[in-house]
Each structure stands twice: as C-alpha cells, then as structure tokens.
Design a protein around this ligand. Structure first.
Ligand code: M6R
Length: 603
C-alpha cells in the first residue's frame, strides 16, 4: 500500500527509481510517479495512472538526474488520477514530496495556513508539501520549514522530499508508516521495504517514528523532530534478488503455493534441534507461562491463522485464548484478563491495524510477541519478542505460504509452552513428525494441481457466489478458503460454520450453487455430513474436501493424514489452488487483485 523509493548519488537515478517501484508493485497501487533532479537546475516530474509499465512508457530518455524520489499510490483521498498521483509539489514548484500514510488533520491545516494557495489535487499529501512551502516563504530554510510542517502534521506518514534549492539532499521523515534507509558506497537510497533496493544494497538503517533524516550521497543524519541527534547502526538484509523473482512461474501465487512444503521443512529445521528439543527463547516461554490468557491480534489471513492457533494453544497448553481483529480491538478494547500476553500475527509486520494495538499494549507495559515473515519490521521491532515465519518473501497479494507458516510456528510455540507447563498434551504432540507430515501432505496436494484445476472449472465457471462450510477447525479454515476465493477471483464467497446455514444462509442455496464442504474435524464430521445433505437437497453442487480418516466414497479431495489441530496447513491448499485457477479462468491479475494492497499500512 503506497510505496516510496529514493536515491541520491547515482547517475542512473531514473533507472533505479523505476526498478525500485517495480519491486514495490506487489504492495498494491493504482498510479505512480517519479521526480528527478540533475542538481544543475534541470528537473523532471512524470506521473501516470495504472501500471509502472505505463509510467515507464511516459519517461523519456532525457529524464536523468543525480537525485530522485518515486512513489506508487494506493488511493485514499481522491481518485486515482495523474493530479492525485505523487510526487506532489508546492505551487511555486520548489518542493517535491512523496507520502505513504494518511494525514488526519489536513483539512484543518489547509484552512488555517493555506487558504490562499492553489491546490492541484484532492489529496491529503499536497497539504504537507504546500505547508512546507508556506513556511519557506516566511523565510525559513528548507529543513526548518520541513520540521515546522512536521510539528503540525498529525496522522501516519513516511515522507521523502526534495527541495529544488538544495538538490544535494533528500528530506525524510517517518511516523507509523514504514521507511528504510539503504547505505551505499558514495550513494544512499530510501525505500518502503528492502526488496525495492536489493540490487543496490543489502545494508539498511531503520528510521523510527518521530525522526527526521537528511540524506546526502555520503551521509545519513538522523535526528528527532526537536533536532536531537540520533546514532543508529545498520543491519544486513539476507535476501537475494533471486528470492523475489518469479523464476519459471507465471505467477508469484503459484510459486508461493508450491514453496509450502519447503517452508514446513525450514520451520522444522530452525525451531527443532536434532535432539528434538525446541529452539524457542526461554524468556518468551517464561513470560507466556505467567499469562492467564493469550490474546492473538491480527488481520485478514493472519487473523484466520490466529483462529486455528486458538485451538492449538487451548488444546496443547491448556490456556484460554482470544483472537481479535486489530481494526476492532484497538478501538474497543475489552476488559483484559489479569495477566494477558499478546501475540501479533502479521506476514508483513507492518499492518497498521495491528500496530495500533501494539502501541497501546506497550503503553500498558504488557508483554508481547510478534510472529512475522519480515525481520526488522515495525511489529517485530516494537514487540517484546519476535519469532520469524521463515517463509521467504511473499509477493502475491493473496497470502498463502505465510498462513501455513503461521500455523506451523504457532504449533511449535504451543508445544514449547506446553512442555514448560509440563502438560501431557504437549508431550503427546510430536511437532517434528507433524511438520514432516505437513510437508509431504502439501506436496501431494500441489502434485494434484491438474485435478484441482478441473474441479475449479467444473464448480465455479459462470458462478457468482460460492460457500465454504465446516465445523470447528474446518470453520476457521472455511473463513480463509472463502477469503482466498473472493479476493482474487471476485466471486462472492462466504465461509460458514456448517451448522449455522440452516439459521438463515441456506436461503441462498439454489440449483447449482457451489458449496465446498470441509470434513477434517472429528467431532463435527458426522454433523457436517448432515449439513451437506441439507444443501444438496436444495440443489447445491457440493465438493467435499475430507481427511482420509473421515472420507466417504464420492468425496473429491482427500487430505492425507495429519493431526487435526494443524490440519488446515494441508487442507487450505486445495482452496488456494481453487482460488488461483478461478482467478486465472476469469482473466484477473492473480498476483495483484483489484483494490487490494499487500501491506496495509493505513488504519
Ligand atoms: O501482513 P499481514 O499478515 O498483517 O496482513 C494482514 C492482511 O492484510 C492480509 O492477510 C490480507 O488479508 C491478505 N490479502 C489475504 O490474502
């Protein structure tokens, strides 16, 4: 969701910006733009609606310079138009600025300081750049004007700004929205995430909320808003450009589905030592052991992985668990237990809805853990403890391998915590064996892709609605399966507790309605079979995905043996593939579905 790149000190600035923006495409956007300045009085602003390829076509060969900033915009204030695309500029064309985030008091600032200024766009961002210019016109230098504007601006932002009068620097600031500095030899870069600049550097420096950075080609000056200097070391990002390439795959989503067996092996190797003991931080387990309730906070697919996790923690660790949507919980925090422990699940580690809960949790001095795929992400830095998903970069907007990795890591953590508590349930749960079964089970499903493609065509061609149903663990799974289908195929899909259908939703079932029924939950299996009959009697076209143990003749997809608690790791895969093939059949952009962003950095 909105991506920022910037570079100073290289002579192929335009190239670096465009390549960086391409790498950020996965985050979701609807327009893009660059500003390049040759530090010799000549500058260029190019913006386009639509894909980066459109922007590339619009960039002529003379667009060259030594400093530049670029942006992919995911519209919040104002439609996706060229005027609303970033970079935005002040009305005297002195300052050029890109922004990720949402300014909450922009109307107020506009009315108070900028009533006589001509605005080119409907965005909140333009207020920021006009405000800097307003203070510059009062006689402040660029940096002072930038700091003055920041002191008045409320909301979330990552800003990068170039002042035409000082093109030897980029002004940078951050509050709540992600932004990194990348260090080079005789040059420096900025980016919303490191993937955008891996071809330039692997060495990065974090910027914290409330900090300002003056970036020159040979220096990085970080300070607080009040000017106090900040010293911070760099860290190395251990990713290769090849980790983020599609290889021979047509889509990242299919590549990421196929990577899941390996992700299971990697999690097993990393968290389970050769002697079978678990590699989980002792302090984390001690802290969790003191908790009388675990609160899992997440959004979207990660929330669904949390629902599966609740069952795992409750059964293996005998501890009550609440699973909460960050977007709700942060604003309507219920009465907490006496000794809560918070677990944040987030593939990106940047989701603003979850982050605002973590900010409150930290204000309350409560302990927390972030389970994330991105080391050094905001949620990872700000939580007391971190565990990594080790799934490798997930580029497709539809989350697949992060979901299965989240369940696997939850299982490892539950086993470790249960052992600390001395529980038999933990001793009986052989997590190493289960992750091996998970890897093999996923492999057998992805090997049957052709069959699943046929089923997707048979059940979904020409359909507008579809339902996933199940009980217990299969209900949690149905929510994720339905989300996958709707977000990339645009078929209206709902996940339902199978027993709830007859309380209203069954009215929607008519001749030919596709219903995907999960039967992996031992306690619910026979009842779900009853619900299958109810929908079949009303004309539904039912596809059953059942575990070997509960399968009946005629079931179309059989899930190989695995402990029920973590069965969604395998049984989600047919749903991922069904969604993929349905999206493909409709000619959709599988990896970048409409209106969506990979990393949702606004609340
Ligand atoms: O990065 P996070 O896991 O915090 O992201 C949460 C959701 O935005 C994400 O899972 C979203 O629902 C995906 N598009 C689902 O495929």
């Amino acid at each position: 969701m909105c991506g920022i790149v910037g570079v100073i000190g290289k002579d192929n600035t335009t190239d670096i910006l465009l390549k960086g923006l391409e790498k950020l495409e996965y985050r979701g956007y609807d327009s893009a733009g660059i500003y390049v300045n040759n530090q010799d009085g000549k500058d260029f602003l190019v913006k386009e609606v639509g894909k980066i390829s459109e922007l590339e076509k619009a960039v002529t060969s003379d667009v060259q310079g030594l400093v530049g900033i670029g942006h992919t915009r995911w519209a919040t204030h104002g439609k996706p138009t060229i005027e609303n695309a970033h970079p935005h500029f002040s009305d005297d064309n002195r300052f050029y600025l890109v922004h990720n985030g949402v300014l909450t008091n922009f109307e107020e600032l506009k009315n108070k300081y900028l009533s006589d200024v001509h605005f080119n766009s409907q965005t909140d961002t333009e207020v920021a750049v006009q405000l800097v210019d307003h203070f510059a016109k009062q006689g402040m230098d660029g940096e002072t004007a930038f700091r003055k504007a920041l002191s008045l601006i409320e909301g979330s932002y990552a800003f990068a700004m170039v002042d035409k009068e000082q093109p030897d620097r980029i002004f940078v600031a951050k509050n709540k929205s992600p932004l990194l500095i990348g260090l080079g030899d005789g040059f420096n870069v900025i980016c919303s995430d490191a993937m955008a600049m891996l071809e330039e550097t692997h060495e990065y420096v974090e910027i914290h909320d409330g900090e300002v950075v003056i970036l020159k080609k040979n220096s990085v000056e970080i300070s607080k808003l009040d000017g106090t200097k900040v010293q911070r070391g760099s860290y190395t990002v251990n990713l290769d450009a090849s980790d983020i390439s599609k290889g021979t795959y047509a889509h990242y989503m299919l590549k990421e589905i196929d990577e899941q067996p390996n992700v299971m092996r990697k999690i097993s190797q990393n968290y389970i030592k050769n002697d079978g003991t678990l590699n989980v931080e002792k302090d984390l387990l001690d802290e969790m052991n003191k908790a009388d309730r675990l609160y899992i906070v997440a959004a979207g697919t990660s929330y669904h992985a949390g629902l599966v996790g609740r069952n795992i923690f409750e059964k293996i660790c005998d501890v009550p668990v609440d699973v909460e949507l960050g977007s709700e919980f942060g604003y309507h925090m219920p009465k907490l237990s006496k000794h809560p422990f918070f677990i944040f699940l987030s593939q990106s580690g940047e989701t603003a809805d979850s982050r605002q809960v973590l900010v409150k949790v930290n204000e309350l001095n409560l302990p927390s853990l972030t389970i994330t795929n991105v080391a050094n992400s905001t949620l990872s830095r700000e939580a007391t403890y971190t565990m990594e998903l080790l799934a490798g970069p997930e580029i497709a907007v539809a989350s697949t391998k992060a979901y299965t990795a989240q369940i696997a890591v939850e299982a490892v953590l539950a086993k470790a915590l249960g052992e600390v508590k001395g529980l038999q349930s933990a001793k009986d749960f052989d997590v190493k064996e289960q992750l091996a079964l998970a890897a093999n089970g996923i492999q057998s499903i992805v090997d049957a892709k052709d069959k699943i493609k046929k089923l997707a065509d048979e059940f979904l061609t020409g359909q507008r609605d579809a339902f996933y149903i199940g009980r217990g663990i299969d209900y949690a799974l149905s929510l994720e399966a339905a989300l996958k289908l709707k977000e990339i195929s645009y078929i209206h899909a709902e996940g339902f507790a199978a027993g709830e259908l007859k309380h209203g939703t069954i009215a929607l079932i008519e001749k030919g309605t596709p219903v995907f029924a999960y039967v992996n939950d031992g306690v619910g299996a026979s009842h779900t079979r009853g619900n299958i009959q109810e929908v079949e009697a009303r004309g539904a076209n039912v596809l059953v995905i059942a575990s070997k143990k509960y399968a009946e003749s005629g079931d179309q997809i059989i899930i190989p043996e695995i402990d029920e608690l973590i069965s969604p790791i395998i049984s989600v895969v047919p749903a991922q593939l069904i969604a993929y093939y349905a999206s493909l059949a409709r000619g959709n952009d599988v990896d970048k579905p409409r209106n969506l962003a990979k990393s949702v950095t606004v609340e």
